[in-house]
Unconditional design. Sequence first.
Length: 698
Amino acid sequence: MPSLENTDIKYLHGVGPKRAELLGKELGIFTFHDLLYYFPFRYVDRSKIHTVSEITGDMPYIQLRGRFINFTPQGEGARRRLQALFTDGTGTVEVVWFNRVRSIQETYRTGVEYVIFGKPSPFQNHYSIIHPEVDVFKPDAEPQGLRGVYSLTEKLQNRSVSQRTLQRLVATLLQSEAVQRVPETLPRQLMTRWKLMPLNEALVAIHVPADVPTLQRAQFRLKFEELFFLELNILKYIKGRTAQLPGLMLAHVGDYFNNFYHHVLSFPLTDAQKRVIREIRHDMASGRQMNRLLQGDVGSGKTIVALMSALIAVDNGYQACIMAPTEILATQHYESIAPMAARIGLSVALLTGSTRKRERDDIHQRLTAGTLHILIGTHALIEDTVHFRNLGLAIIDEQHRFGVAQRAKLWRKNHTPPHVLVMTATPIPRTLAMTVYGDLDVSVIDQLPPGRKPVTTLMRYEKDREQMYRFVGSEIKKGRQVYIVYPLIEESEKLDLRALEDGYHTVSEIFRQYRVAYVHGRMKPAEKDYQMQLFVTRQAQILVATTVIEVGVNVPNASVMVIENAERFGLSQLHQLRGRVGRGADQSYCILMTKYQIASETRHRLEVMVRTTDGFEVAEEDLRQRGPGDMEGTQQSGIPFTLRIANLAQDGQIVQMARDAAQEILAADPQLTTDEGRRLDAHLHRLFDKNVDWSQIS
Ligand code: ADP
Ligand code: MG
């Protein structure tokens, strides 16, 4: 019997080859199964009719009942559209169609009472609804209950696949016997224990719910299932890994570590740093491979922790490496570590794309001989030509810049895989970390070194620009330095570069008596380094830059960060940028420059920055606003599939339940070998086998 998975969508009544192609291309719906799992992203209560006078700014899809007053065709050719005025006696809205203008004009009449359904949006000083659904009003028609709204592309709508078309197709599908016979995927014990709706019922209810409680039960069931299999997969893998992978036993704490701690370290470690170092020491001595994620807000002092972990490896006769995402950052690590290393007789080298051949050969030679203890660098570290004598610890800084495959490469640099420490300053909320990094242990530095003053963040508009420059001037007079950052994104690269250049000229003009450095990612590395050095060595007071400075740059004397077009940056990026100041003892400032008119969502995002300097709070908010798919770090972090219905930001509780459930199953049946276990395992394979072997990754 053909299954839902392998029945081509073109065979569904009402589809056919042309629509099938469209559905595949636009929505990724190729089979019956794909359509069944194409869930509405929102629901509309079709029993409620609003009035025009009730319409406010941010309304979802609503129904209005009334009459068209007139129809007015506008424009020519491709710009042709049909405009109509619609009234229900409490006011008027404008209705606009861009497609099928002629047929619409022939179908709808003035004077007839209709129910229209669409999303009003404010336009100039009235509301307009684009492409509503229109039905003749029938007084005795049954009020419709909840109705699913699907996400559609413009192209589909242009080719007359509307909400209603999709609803009809789904209705047809739901009547088929195959759907009614969809086998249950979850074990009976879980169904009972968590009072879950059976799968076949839930699949119907998610599309056409009878009422709100039924919808909620269906959503819960489907989210639970999705998260359960995700957690089961992760937990099964962790068990496999700990059983499988022995690690280097680096239990000795010796002279390098102790000398450094007692004679070189110029400040007391924070309690958080001490705790994290203890956790790392414990891992490295356990005889199992360490896979640890170290989270710490910008400026929390991760570098020292990295170095001290590396010293443990060296004390045990092994080498360590520290990999950073950019040349500037690698160089900065090297420059801060090298002088300390020299004092304890440790040999350290820097390897980047611009390391000269002679030096590179020398590094290779010392590396294989084992006389080089710590290698710091960029991607250059993972090239095939780089061979360690015995790599004991690989540290990866600012992990979100590295792809999955690159990390895996590092991993294979040794016969026994080295311990892996991944450091990130992009804090990841707990529910997300639990799932995305389910196979990593997590350490958190949740404390800043003493004496730091929280950065004051301000929102300023174009009209405040002069005042902003005056403020910048007064800070420079006090001997401080200032960053001015511009957005630069690929899609608008040319325009952005122009804005950056213009900004640079303006600033150079206004601050003629000072030196202004200038950096962007399109510069040659040598030029970039030269400009950066001007700023780092205080020869330049102002650095005009793009986000190349986002990660890692450490200039404690800089006290002001001006972010131009702040509305174009994401929250975590803003937080990273802000982290470049507030590194010294002075009060620091972050000034978010924006256009006067920005969307309320954007304003909300910027207000989060003003309200808090806590990176975890920023990350939680980011997750809430954007969803995990867009969060920096999640794309490459190996989350194995896109979640269809569960939302890691909002469904933290269900994540926890699903994890508990998965844990219970594995406790009773660790290898998934019972009948039930084998069914679950088979389902896991069906879900995850398409994906890369993400579990191999640190
Ligand atoms: P990040 O976590 O952002 O990588 P860094 O490691 O660059 O932070 O540390 C930021 C600054 O704080 C550095 O100048 C570092 O020397 C300093 N620092 C780190 N730990 C402490 C501490 N315990 N006390 C005082 N200063 C510290
Ligand atoms: Mg750092």
